[in-house]
Design a protein around this ligand. Structure first.
Ligand code: ADP
Ligand code: MG
Ligand code: MG
Length: 201
């Protein structure tokens, strides 16, 4: 079973990964976007770290941790990725309810619903060169292991290189979006890698 502390550590580990990789995420967003993905997520996850620290001890369940993180991303990140990641975490947190501990199966199903909410909000599908190209295969591989999920997301992010963007800012470039890795798919792989690191202890 996974307790509240596990989810706090997931968010803290994700924040550290965003701090480490922010420059790379922004670089990926420069040829096919507006060069702000790293700074958007850095601002958002710094606020998540602060909100979770300030929220103690009221933030007392796995579902509350993810819902607070999601709300914080929505309110602090101006770009497309804020509402999308915010929705992912809020919806996943809502699915977990107020249980003090959740099983890996319950987390997998909740994340599946969260990814569905991202697809619904953004109107994108796998193959459109968005974060869903990492999230969908990543969450599908959760049935195997957290490490398999992280690896599948990483592979999905790399597989966005030859795709033409059909959603988001990169789609304005048409065929010129081909040949670049999607920044949001790359950060989604970081998020699932952080989960695998925490699950592996
Ligand atoms: P913005 O494009 O507003 O500057 P960011 O740079 O922070 O926002 O995030 C860009 C990322 O958001 C893209 O790389 C893509 O993965 C993701 N994205 C954009 N639009 C959508 C959408 N409709 N559905 C899913 N993901 C999207
Ligand atoms: Mg951008
Ligand atoms: Mg922007």
């Amino acid at each position: 079973m996974r307790d509240t502390d596990f989810f706090r550590r997931w968010m803290d580990t994700a924040t550290a990964a965003v701090e480490r990789e922010a420059d790379r995420l922004t670089e990926l967003d420069s040829p096919i976007g507006d060069a702000d993905h790293g700074s958007n997520l850095l601002r958002g996850f710094m606020a998540v770290r602060a909100a979770l620290a300030a929220g103690e001890p009221a933030v007392a369940s796995p579902g509350e941790v993810l819902q607070l993180a999601g709300r914080t991303l929505i309110s602090t990140v101006g770009g497309a990725s804020g509402p999308l990641y915010g929705t992912l975490l809020r919806r996943t947190g809502k699915e977990l309810g107020d249980a003090a501990e959740v099983s890996d199966d319950a987390l997998r199903e909740a994340l599946y619903a969260g990814v569905g909410a991202v697809a619904q909000l953004g109107g994108a599908a796998p193959g459109d060169k968005t974060m869903l190209d990492a999230l969908v295969p990543g969450v599908a591989a959760l049935g195997t292991s957290y490490r398999a999920a992280a690896d599948a997301a990483e592979e999905g992010a790399r597989a966005t290189v030859p795709l033409q963007a059909r959603k988001g800012r990169a789609s304005y470039l048409g065929e010129r979006s081909i040949g670049h890795q999607d920044p949001g798919a790359t950060s989604s792989a970081l998020l699932l890698n952080a989960l695998a690191e925490v699950a592996e202890g």
